[in-house]
Design a protein. Structure first.
Length: 55
């Protein structure tokens, strides 16, 4: 039972941190470029790795 309460607490703290950052104007959470939508040959337009390769 204590493990469930601990797990819920961790998720609440994580969600609260994301919400607090959004509320304070830091913008939405950033995602990684390694998602399924971005393959190794095709990179997202906003991918920082794509910008590094172009430089």
């Amino acid at each position: 039972m204590i493990e469930v309460i601990f797990a819920v607490g961790v998720f609440v703290l994580a969600a609260g941190g994301l919400a607090l950052g959004l509320a304070l104007g830091r913008g939405p959470a950033r995602t990684s470029c390694g998602a399924m939508a971005c393959g190794k040959m095709e990179r997202c337009a906003g991918c920082p790795h794509l910008r590094e390769e172009a430089s």
